[in-house]
Design a protein around this ligand. Structure first.
Ligand SMILES: Nc1ncnc2c1ncn2[C@@H]1O[C@H](COP(=O)(O)OP(=O)(O)O)[C@@H](O)[C@H]1O
Ligand SMILES: [Mg+2]
Length: 219
């Protein structure tokens, strides 16, 4: 899936201090299947940008184009459908549901088709070295294992694009690296476009391209 933005801006209204300009005109083109690392200092607007690209937030002005279609005018229902069918997300925190098993968590985005998808989920668990964890609860796993489950859940629906917002920021370097390698491998195999926010130069080096955002602008 090709992803493009045109002169994208985002302002937040903050009580007392008024308007905060976070994104100040972002022009971006990510080609289908490309793996891109998004870097830049804390507060630069990285999360804001990928939330907008991931259709979880709206820009103040400018356009988001997915496969050349401007989705800025889409209704909430149409956006939700687009998101469900095409987009996967991995956050810094895993957000697994504590009362559900590993397998149930992975199948959550495709719950209505969970019977048909179980085989695929098991394959993914195997790739991630978690076969024997399928029936465990999230709190029985290590941080690295939890994040691998979150990655499997993000990929269960074969999204065309995966967004990852500092996915290994909470993990030690060695554990983080394993997951990063896994994420890149799986995206290559599935031909998933990847946009990953990271502070790690080693992770960024795995990407086809690195983009830096400073003070709301790409530089
Ligand atoms: N909901 C919000 N309301 C007001 N300001 C926000 C909101 N979300 C983020 N910001 C501000 O926008 C700026 C960019 O935040 P963010 O996109 O999270 O940066 P990054 O992910 O690069 O660290 C920060 O100054 C942050 O305080
Ligand atoms: Mg952030």
């Amino acid at each position: 899936m090709k992803l493009e933005t045109k002169n994208l801006t985002k302002n937040y209204i903050v009580p007392k201090s008024g308007e905060v300009k976070v994104l100040k005109g972002i022009d971006l083109l990510i080609n289908s299947g490309e793996k891109v690392a998004l870097m830049g200092p804390s507060g630069a607007g990285k999360s804001t940008l990928i939330h907008i690209l991931g259709l979880m937030d709206k820009p103040t002005s400018g356009n988001v184009l997915i496969d050349d279609i401007d989705i800025t005018t889409y209704t909430p229902n149409k956006l939700a459908k687009m998101r469900k069918e095409n987009i996967g997300f991995v956050f810094q925190f895993h957000y697994l549901l504590a009362d559900f098993t590993v397998m149930e968590n992975i199948l959550m985005p495709v719950w209505n088709e969970r019977k048909q998808k179980k085989e695929y989920a098991l394959n993914m668990l195997e790739t991630m070295g978690l076969t024997d964890r399928a029936n465990h609860m999230p709190n029985e796993l290590s941080g690295g294992e939890q994040q691998r489950v979150a990655l499997a859940r993000a990929l269960i629906n074969n999204p065309k694009i995966l967004f990852a917002d500092e996915p290994t920021g909470n993990l030690d370097r060695k554990t983080g690296e394993k997951i990063e390698n896994l994420m890149f491998e799986m995206c290559s195999k599935l031909k998933t476009t990847l946009l990953v926010v990271t502070h790690s130069q080693e992770l960024a080096n795995l990407a086809d391209r690195q983009i830096k955002i400073v003070d709301g602008k790409i530089c």
